[in-house]
Design a protein around this ligand. Structure first.
Ligand code: BMA
Length: 328
């Protein structure tokens, strides 16, 4: 089955509470996916969701009770209540027979032209960016890794730029990486990647401390009047370790290596108990959005405390206005 992804569809939504003065607000029934949503899971978080058929499909990071990281397909009618497969995705050969993988985590899903592309952090002598495609979320075809190890947070743009596929990523190390900037790379064929350019860097502590240790692309960017709207994570190193919050950036439509605006304040930081308490405390990790451009609405999916999946909402025009007014 081939399905075309449309922009103007029903998405999960809840109006902003009267008491909320922020530009992005949380779903009151968070988390939407509990850590034990499938029998095998220790935790389900940092997962990707897209419109599919008359509902939604997704690729979910489930760590099992041996704490092995893998990705699982799932389906939903409303984008909130999910049926996640009990077995991980098995890959067939795509544009290569080299589909080795020690582990898979932090997936993103991008619809481009005629199929859904999955990118994830693939274990191949350390973390790098794995790529696969699917038409139906039943069969998946794994392609060549995009980059040399070590790399994380590979996020494809949903349209080609000047005839080439474009991917954001975050070169890293083999550990918990105390640094990190967002780069963009291009490919004519989803196999060979080059023309690597720096998009944006972690900030100076004095300028915007929540994003001063490292940053990484989060959700698949979508096109607005101002350019590509990207939700990303920023990290600060505190005396108790890393703390992950979410910001927004607007990238130039034709030249997405150019950042037009970027939030100095965060949009969402770990304030709720399910964001502060879990296997890794104080993590908000956006991986996907679904949006209705006509109705000016976006729903943001994020992993919370490396344990559960949660949902937040915003008006696209208000997020753009906030990002422009509070840009650095
Ligand atoms: C990163 C990845 C993410 C995780 C984050 C916070 O390095 O492992 O999956 O959410 O750390 O622990």
């Amino acid at each position: 089955m081939k399905t075309i992804q449309t922009n103007n569809q029903q998405i999960p939504w809840q109006d902003k509470p009267d008491t909320c003065t922020d530009v992005v607000w949380r779903y009151t029934q968070n988390p939407i996916i509990e850590r034990d949503a499938i029998p095998a899971s220790n935790s389900i978080f940092n997962s990707a969701v897209v419109p599919f058929g008359d509902g939604f499909a997704g690729v979910f990071r489930c760590d099992n009770k041996a704490v092995q990281m893998n990705i699982y397909a799932g389906f939903s009618k409303n984008g909130i209540d999910w049926q996640i497969n009990h077995e991980p995705i098995t890959m067939q050969s795509g544009n290569t027979n080299m589909i080795a993988s020690d582990y898979k985590y932090d997936p993103r899903v991008t619809f481009i032209e005629d199929r859904y592309w999955v990118t994830w952090c693939n274990g191949y002598y350390g973390p790098t960016i794995g790529i696969a495609y699917t038409f139906d979320f039943e069969e998946f075809f794994q392609c060549e890794n995009a980059f040399l190890p070590f790399n994380r947070n590979g996020v494809l743009l949903p349209q080609k730029i000047n005839g080439k596929y474009a991917m954001l990523s975050r070169p890293s190390d083999n550990g918990h990486t105390p640094f990190g900037d967002i780069f963009i790379s291009y490919s004519p064929d989803m196999k060979y990647w080059g023309e690597h350019r720096c998009v944006m860097q972690a900030t100076d502590f004095e300028d915007s401390a929540w994003q001063c240790t490292k940053i990484g692309a989060g959700s698949v960017p979508f096109l607005t009047k101002e350019g590509w709207l990207l939700f990303y994570h920023g990290v600060i190193t505190t005396c108790n370790g890393f703390r992950y919050a979410m910001g927004a950036a607007i990238l130039d439509k034709e030249q997405p290596s150019k950042v037009k605006y970027r939030t100095q304040p965060y949009l969402l930081s770990p304030n709720e108990s399910y964001e502060q308490i879990g296997d890794v405390p104080n993590v908000i990790f956006p991986c996907a959005t679904v949006q209705n451009i006509e109705e000016d609405k976006v729903a943001i999916y994020y992993g919370a405390a490396d344990t559960v999946v949660a949902l937040a909402f915003g008006k696209i025009s208000e997020i753009i206005a906030f990002t422009k007014e509070n840009s650095m």
